[in-house]
Each structure stands twice: as structure tokens, then as C-alpha cells.
Design a protein around this ligand. Structure first.
Ligand code: 6PG
Length: 469
């Protein structure tokens, strides 16, 4: 008997997805050049629905035709290498799906190259980490719609469910799926930075212990902030270290790593001229954190924050909760605004309501707030910025007091809260009917005759700015 699906790449994510597919009744053969990974899967599968091999011929010959092959290998050159190796053995109507975090421009290039030989290609974003892959990830597929329909039933079966609705839907042609996954990750970076700032403030200002932080975050997770990242953060504070008699959080080096998807989001937002400052700041702060040695030297030279907090701890906790809610909203606002522009520019024709819906379960950025985002886009599918919706302008207006208090506190003691500051500045700028950009235009016209528009009549103007000389 032949297998329904092939899985290339038997790392933890690949294997967990194989198990998930087999639980849902599909037969899968895995392929990996690493024999020990193949042996492990074979040994642990315990069902005939799963097999594995290091022999590419065996892999290809035991697949049903037309073949459907999923790749779960690290993004970048390896994806191209796997495609080149497979391509001579693929025929018309075979389908290759890339489930990795590939850059959307690579996905476009690969789709075009494969379509020349009538081989179908789909770029599919998967979120939810190892557990998500095993028990239900959020799945963001892009590619030809007809081709998606061939795998829709399987993807729905293995995906996470939010209110019984599968967290997967066809998002758009070409690289739409990988683009949406990239923005998901940009949002993920923003949320993580904001949560880290809240932690910094409570730890330094209110001198909260890990136990107290656990209690605060757990409580927050029962309210408006309810989300996966807040939930795991609460638990992280309780995790014991295996090597010393302390909590692991206090033994982890404060130098953040990244694999690039956050920076890609910022890069493309710059290209499309969509402001997403909170995500930009989150990327910069990971970069800054990595200058650990320089930070220590600078600390010796200049000292750090000096906290003499005399206020009420409970008040501070309340303000930080509000500040987080406010700033977390702006991250989603900015991510969604980017998606709207990208959708037109790249002809994805994205439905933001659907994207919010499939992010409600399985993925890293899942949050109660996504239900409200979904409903805002369901009422106004073309909404260019969520702040313009009644529901979201109200949420921001109601929580702005907290973020102003928290930023004042941070600034007063020298505790950096850059993403929160970026969030508030974005909001204050966005709702400014007037910004000082007239001065920037005047300067441009003065030093470079770049011209300007006027606010009282149509046309392009230039002033001879030499009166002063
Ligand atoms: C997910 C995540 C995942 C990503 C990690 C690590 O949705 O499951 O986005 O795809 O690889 O979060 O990303 P960084 O190493 O860049 O932090």
C-alpha cells in the first residue's frame, strides 16, 4: 500500500506533524538523510500508518500519485537544495508544500520555477511550535486555490480549532501564506518585547519576586490580556533551574537571539512605507540586548536605573496591565495595517477577518483580543487601520491613562520601556490632525529645492529661501 503524504525533514516539528496526521487517519512516509532520525521515528511510531526512510527512491516510490510532499526543513538554501534534488523525480500535478519560515520572495521564485514544469508549490506558514505541530497548529497556506483544495481536508483535520472552527483557510495566491506568517512573527516579536518591558518594570520598580510575578501574570491571563504568551510567561517565572537552587529565569543570559523573521517584517514594512514602529523597536531591542559586553562597560561608566519607588505596588500592577493592553493592541494594529497594504501591492487579496480567525488558536500570538479584531474586519473588510474602528479607538482611549503612567514611571527611574513608548507615540501621532511635517517639507525645500504642497491651494510649490542670507 502506498502513503498519502510524504514528509521531508524529521526534526521534532516534522515528526510531530507526522504523528498529528496519522492520528487523523492519514498515512505518511517520512524522509531524512539523518538515519538516526529515521530510525527513531520508525521505532516510536507504533502504527503502520507511519513509515520512514533515508532512501529517496523508496520515499518517492511508496507515495500515492500525484504525490503530495511536505517539506519541514530550515528556511534558506536547504529548501532550494531539497527542491533541486526532488525535481527530476516529480511530474505534472505533484505538489510540494514548504511548511518552513521561508522568505516570501523565495516562495514566489520557487513557485514560478516549479510551475514551469507543471509541478505545484505552496508556501505554508505553520505556527505553534513543537506542541502545536503535535496537537494542532495554526496553518497559513498560500498558493493556487485549486491546489489548496486538494489538501484542505487534511490541513483542517490537523489544525488547531478555535470554537470548533479549524485554524486554517486558504489565504491567497503565491507567497500569501508565508507573508502572513512573516507578519505573525513580527507581531510575535512586538508582543514578546512588550511583555519583557512589563516584567522589567515590575521587577525593578516594584521589586517583585518571581512568585509575585507569576501571580500577577496568571491573574492578567484571566482578563483582557488572556493570551498564550501571557500564559507561558506566568509559568516561566515558576520554573526551577536544574543546575542551581534558583529559578531558571534568573540564570538565563539577557542576550536575545533571532532567526530573522521579525527583521524581515520591518524591512518589508519600510519598503511598503507602512509604519510599524513597535515591531521595529522589538527587533532593535533584541539586537541591543546582544551587545551584552558593551552594556556592561557602559553600566560601569554611567550606572543604570536608580529606583526609589514609593508608590502603591497594586496601583502599578493595574497601570502596567492597562499599558500592556494598550500597547499589545497597537502591535496587532500595525501588523494588520501592513497586511492591508501588502495585500494590494502583492495582489494577495487577503481577507483580514479570516487571518484574525485562524490566529485565534494554535499559534504563538493567539489571544482573546483576536476575536475583537476578527469582528472589526468582519464589519469593515477594507479597514486600513483598526484605530479607525469604533471598537478599537474606544479600547485605546480607555487604556491610555495606564500607558502614560507607566511610561512616566519608566522615564523617571531610567527603566527603558521603548516599545511601550513607541506604541503611545504611534497612537498620539496617528490621531494628530496636524504633525510638524510641514517643517520637514520646508527644510527639504530650503536645502534641496524638493518642493512642497500647500494646505490652502492645489499644486506644487517652491520658495526662494534666501531672505536670511
Ligand atoms: C511560531 C514561531 C516560530 C519561530 C520562533 C523563533 O509561530 O511557531 O514564530 O515559527 O521560528 O518563534 O523565532 P526567532 O528565533 O526569530 O525568535
Amino acid at each position: 500500500t502506498k502513503f498519502d503524504y510524504g514528509m521531508i525533514g524529521l526534526g521534532t516539528m516534522g515528526c510531530n506533524l507526522v504523528y498529528n496526521m496519522s492520528d487523523n487517519g492519514y498515512t505518511v512516509i517520512g524522509f531524512d538523510k539523518n538515519r538516526s532520525q529515521v530510525e527513531t521515528l520508525k521505532k516510536e511510531a507504533g502504527t503502520e500508518k507511519i513509515s520512514a526512510t533515508s532512501d529517496l527512491n523508496e520515499f518517492l516510490n511508496t507515495l500515492k500519485t500525484p504525490k503530495v510532499i511536505i517539506m519541514l526543513v530550515p528556511a534558506g538554501k536547504i529548501v532550494d537544495d531539497v527542491i533541486s534534488e526532488l525535481k527530476p523525480f516529480l511530474s505534472k500535478n505533484d505538489l510540494l508544500m514548504d511548511f518552513g519560515n521561508s522568505h516570501f520572495t523565495d516562495t514566489n521564485r520557487r513557485s514560478e520555477q516549479l510551475e514551469e514544469s507543471a509541478i505545484h508549490f505552496m508556501g505554508v506558514g505553520i505556527s505553534g511550535g513543537e506542541l502545536g505541530a503535535r496537537h494542532g497548529p495554526s496553518i497559513m497556506p498560500g498558493g493556487p486555490k485549486k491546489v489548496y483544495e486538494r489538501v484542505a481536508e487534511m490541513l483542517k483535520a490537523v489544525s488547531a480549532k478555535a470554537n470548533n472552527e479549524p485554524c486554517v483557510t486558504w489565504l491567497g495566491p503565491g507567497s500569501a501564506g508565508h507573508y502572513v506568517k512573516m507578519v505573525h512573527n513580527g507581531i510575535e516579536y512586538g508582543l514578546m518585547q512588550l511583555i519583557a518591558e512589563a516584567y522589567h518594570l515590575l521587577k525593578e520598580c516594584a521589586a517583585m519576586s518571581n512568585d509575585e510575578l507569576h501571580t500577577v501574570f496568571s491573574k492578567w491571563n484571566e482578563g483582557e490580556l488572556q493570551s498564550y504568551l501571557i500564559e507561558i510567561t506566568a509559568d516561566i517565572f515558576m520554573q526551577k533551574d536544574e543546575l542551581t537552587d534558583s529559578r531558571i529565569i534568573d540564570r538565563i543570559l539577557d542576550s536575545a537571539k533571532q532567526k530573522g523573521t521579525g527583521a524581515w517584517t520591518s524591512e518589508d514594512a519600510m519598503n511598503l512605507q507602512v509604519p510599524i514602529p513597535v515591531i521595529d523597536i522589538a527587533v532593535s531591542m533584541r539586537d541591543l540586548s546582544a551587545y551584552k559586553n558593551e552594556r556592561e562597560v557602559a553600566h560601569q561608566n554611567m550606572g543604570g536605573s536608580e529606583v526609589k519607588f514609593t508608590g502603591d505596588k497594586n496601583d502599578l500592577v493595574k497601570w502596567v496591565e492597562q499599558a500592556l493592553y494598550f500597547s499589545i493592541i497597537t502591535v496587532y494594529v500595525q501588523g494588520m495595517a501592513l497586511l492591508q497594504v501588502a495585500s494590494k501591492k502583492y495582489k494577495y487579496d487577503l481577507k483580514l477577518e479570516d487571518i484574525a480567525a485562524i490566529w485565534r488558536g494554535g499559534c504563538i500570538i493567539r489571544a482573546a483580543l483576536l476575536e475583537d479584531i476578527r469582528s472589526a474586519f468582519s464589519k469593515q473588510p477594507d479597514l486600513s487601520n483598526l484605530i479607525l474602528s469604533v471598537a478599537f479607538s474606544k479600547k485605546l482611549m480607555q487604556s491610555q491613562e495606564g500607558i502614560r503612567k507607566v511610561i512616566q514611571t519608566g522615564v523617571g527611574f531610567g527603566i527603558p520601556v521603548p516599545a511601550m513608548m513607541g506604541a503611545l507615540a504611534y497612537f498620539d501621532s496617528y490621531r494628530s490632525g496636524w504633525l510638524p511635517a510641514n517643517l520637514i517639507q520646508a527644510q527639504r525645500d530650503d536645502f534641496g529645492a524638493h518642493t512642497y504642497e500647500r494646505n490652502d491651494r492645489e499644486g506644487i510649490f517652491h520658495t526662494h529661501w534666501n531672505q536670511k542670507k
